[in-house]
Design a protein around this ligand. Structure first.
Ligand code: PEP
Ligand code: MG
Length: 836
């Protein structure tokens, strides 16, 4: 027999309807209620898990019809279907009939033994009898705007996803961040794969939809701000989620590497998936963290357990935010966004709600509830057919373990490496990968995983050769065994013999000249119409300086010197700094090295400088503000910079300048330092170039005055965007607002360049914007002389510049300044360069 479920915001209302229905059906129909929520202060609401349990309770094999009141009741009912087995789901129908009339008609039809279609038909026709009685023509009302739904706005739109990898972690994270900004309820359906609707505010549900490039999706929003939400989503999708898809290759970068591997005859003893190119040779180090979580299954104090979970989640979020920041510099915005996605897992409403229910209703301990829900989510990922989306399950494992460790007090085990090794492991999580000591990890080889895992993506951008999915034999290698791996072919050699070693070494030596010839390192970068643009590198230390040299950088446009001060108990001494600056300058010579003086504060505190907690660290004591109050720290650094300036083309740059008096004060300290050096008979470049970062709107407003005091400007679009848009660059909720493509930021760049040109000084851009392919024509068109970019982008940026002409760049720049949003700017430039 068909069971009936009544879903309502109000428990009282649902029980009243149930009472009436029971009277009609005389106890012959199985009826259940899912109404209200478990919150004494605010009991009105609906809950997908309750709906699911109600369906299960009336299920006897025949089928179930669900009747709902309004708004979120529909969403909860749709979501509840997700929890059912496939077989049950196909025999459950959600019925749009009005709750009271529909339920009465449905129970009557069910008690008469009607099948599911008959029960549905009767419920749907329930209004007819009432209308006829009152003499109302229902037809007349069918033209009521579909946008009006019980006073709520309903909007539905269809989109095609263009991103190369579909709605993978990064765009999914952006979509979920965007949907969470709106009050309305938003669902998403993959029309091309005929999926069910899922909650678009849940990162897990959005990713497990497995939306691929070219798939059509349907987004529906119900609520007061439904229209606004859909317009924002439309703009986000039109911008391809900020991914610069200039052309759509027929194969993904990963599969290309795999194809290459197949072309060659494979010689290694073991073979895996090539994940990050390069040859690595060294002793193995087995990293097999065995995380054993001792978990109590049940706990009586549900509230206490829930609070523990909240605390663990909040600590995990703070840790992830630091990781996000840490990866931003070496890997660039895109890869670091992996951690932004991890933050969203911790805010996933479905995941949290299911855990909450296990704690309060089933009396699970926080750890047991969290583990159960994470395991179920991982199972969902493993069930996706597409291997790319399946690989995203590793992110859930990573986030899940992070919280479990905090709940159970199990310590994180980062491999402690004494010497340079090839790290072998069952698999690596993104968190583990970024915590590796890059100086000691020559290569990575895992028994599981794949080329599309985030660990592989990070290895590629950190330029660590890697081979994944080699198989379990890998893990039985004795410590100290010599392993050689070829990240291009996927070959792995165990204790390679002399001939193999020689061949591999030869190939390894060839990597460097190849990098040089690919990027025309020795040639200046000219636009098609002959304008010279310098392409410099942003670096944090010597390793990147060497790579920048090999990749053909025209110099170092930004040495973030603060990275040399981190992980220390005291500030590095003058001699230590001289050595580091000298090594870096030598690695890039004869090209210039711009050393930015310490930019601490904001999100980068130093343990040995006394930072008192601030409500808004980004608006607080940072950059030049700290230096001017710590002349001893400042002078030591200036002395070290000056001492290298006599032998190398070194320039000095001050961060976070917002007032003319700050540059005057900084120059005064520089002059004092020079006097001291002269007295000590230490030679230095008396004419060292002095520049400032333009990264505060006040500096843009005062650019003509500031330009009179310095030799160059370097625009820091990362900070400039956050300050112009009043959107914290580290806050995932608003980080997308802090977008350098925003016309507001672009106009600021225009104003800065104009002031620089009028004073005859050169101007560069060293923020992340300069590393975005779509931004290059705009920046060139605005008159920027130099771009300082991520090391991994140097050759691409050079190539793009050489394909542009200044004439077209200037037109593009003028056009985008007139647009209204960052999305419109991206769409406009993207449409010009879209190559099929
Ligand atoms: C910037 O703000 O754009 C910049 C390059 O500096 P940082 O990212 O180090 O703050
Ligand atoms: Mg900055």
């Amino acid at each position: 027999m068909i069971g009936i479920v009544i879903v309502s915001h109000s428990k009282k209302l649902a029980e009243g309807v149930q009472e009436l229905a029971n009277q009609m059906a005389q106890g012959r129909v199985r009826l259940a209620v899912a109404a209200g929520i478990d919150d004494p202060d605010n009991p009105l609401g609906t809950d997908a898990m309750q709906v699911y349990q109600a369906i299960e309770s009336v299920w006897d094999g025949g089928g179930v019809v669900v009747l709902m009141d309004l708004g979120s009741a529909l969403m909860s009912a749709e979501m509840a279907l997700e929890f059912l087995s496939e077989e049950k789901r196909s025999n459950v129908r959600l019925c749009e009939a009005p709750l009271v009339e529909g339920t009465m008609a449905a129970v009557v039809a069910a008690s008469a033994g009607g099948d599911i279609e008959k029960v549905l038909l009767e419920a749907r026709g329930a209004m007819l009898a009432k209308a006829q009685f009152l003499g109302v023509n229902l037809q007349k009302f069918s033209a009521i705007s579909p946008l009006e739904n019980n006073g709520q706005l309903r909007e539905t739109r269809e989109f095609t996803i263009q991103n190369l990898m579909g709605l993978h972690a990064r765009p999914a994270a952006q979509l979920v961040t965007m949907t969470n900004r709106f009050e309305c309820e938003i669902t998403l359906k993959n029309i091309s794969q005929n999926s069910n609707s899922v909650n678009a505010k849940s990162i897990n549900q959005v990713i497990t939809l497995g939306v691929r490039q070219g798939d059509k999706i349907l987004i529906s929003a119900v609520g007061v701000d439904a229209g606004e939400a859909l317009s924002a989503l439309q703009a986000l999708i039109a911008s391809n989620f900020g991914e610069e898809v200039l052309s759509i290759p027929t194969t993904s970068p990963e599969s290309k590497t795999e194809e290459k591997a197949e072309e060659k005859a494979l010689l290694g003893n073991l073979r895996g998936t090539p994940a990050s190119p390069g040859i690595a040779i060294g002793p193995v180090f087995l990293y097999q963290p065995f995380l054993h979580f001792k978990i109590e299954q049940k706990a009586e104090n549900s509230l206490g357990e829930w609070e523990n979970l909240q605390q663990a989640i909040s600590t995990a979020k703070n840790d992830l935010e630091s990781l996000w920041q840490k990866t931003l510099a070496p890997t660039g915005q895109q890869e670091s966004a992996i951690f932004a996605a991890h933050l969203l897992y911790l805010e996933d409403p479905i995941l949290l709600e299911t855990t909450r229910r296990l704690i309060f209703q089933d009396k699970y301990s926080a750890a047991a509830a969290w583990k159960t829900v994470i395991d179920e989510t991982i199972y969902d990922y493993n069930s996706i057919k597409d291997p790319y989306f399946q690989a995203r399950g590793a992110d859930v494992v990573d986030v899940g373990e992070r919280v479990l460790r905090l709940l159970t007090g199990v310590e994180n085990q980062t491999p402690q490496l004494e010497e340079a090794v090839i790290l072998i492991a069952p698999d690596l999580s993104p968190s583990e990968t970024v915590q590796l000591d890059l100086k000691k990890v020559l290569g990575i080889c895992t028994s599981a995983g794949g080329a599309t895992s985030h660990a592989a993506i990070l290895a590629r951008s950190l330029r660590i050769p890697a081979v994944m999915a080699v198989g379990p034999e890998l893990l039985s290698l004795e410590p100290g065994t010599i392993l050689a791996l070829n990240g291009e072919t996927g070959e792995v050699f165990i204790n390679p013999d002399a001939t193999q070693l020689e061949e591999l070494q030869l190939e390894k030596d060839n990597e460097l000249p190849q990098l040089l010839s690919n990027t025309r390192a020795n040639e200046p970068t000219l636009t098609r119409d002959g304008r010279l643009i310098e392409v410099m590198a942003n670096i944090c230390g010597i390793e990147e300086a060497k790579m920048a040299g090999l990749a053909g950088a025209d110099g170092i446009g930004l040495l973030r010197s603060e990275f040399l001060y981190f992980n220390k108990q005291t500030a590095p001494k003058e001699a230590e700094q001289v050595k580091i600056y000298e090594d870096i300058a030598k690695a890039i010579a004869p090209y210039p090295l711009i050393i930015r003086t310490l930019d601490i504060g904001g999100d980068k505190p130093l343990p040995y400088v006394n930072f008192t907690p601030e409500t808004n660290p980004f608006l607080g004591w940072r950059g030049i503000r700290v230096l001017l109050e710590h002349p001893e720290l400042f002078k030591t650094q200036l002395r070290a910079i000056l001492r290298v300036s006599d032998r190398y083309a070194v320039k000095v740059m001050f961060p976070m300048i917002s007032q003319v008096m700050e540059i005057l004060a900084a120059k005064e300290i520089l002059a004092e330092t020079m006097t001291e050096l002269r007295q000590e008979k230490i030679v230095f470049n008396e004419k060292i170039e002095v520049g400032i970062m333009i990264e505060v709107p006040a500096a843009v407003a005062m650019a003509e005055r500031l330009a009179g005091e310095v030799n160059f400007f370097s625009i820091g679009t990362n900070d400039l965007s956050q300050y112009v848009m009043a959107a914290d660059r580290n806050n995932p909720k608003v980080a997308t607002l802090a977008d350098g493509f925003s016309p507001a930021v672009l106009r600021m760049i225009q104003q800065t360049v104009k002031a620089a040109k009028e004073s005859g000084i050169w101007v560069g851009v060293c923020g992340e914007l300069a590393s975005s392919a779509l931004a290059i024509p705009i920046l060139l068109g605005l008159g920027v002389d130099e771009l300082s970019v991520n090391v991994s982008m140097i050759s691409e940026v050079k190539k793009i510049i050489s394909e542009l002409s200044m004439a077209e760049a200037e037109i593009i720049a003028q056009d985008v300044l007139e647009l209204d949003s960052a999305a419109a700017v991206r769409e406009y430039v993207g449409s010009l360069f879209w190559v099929e």
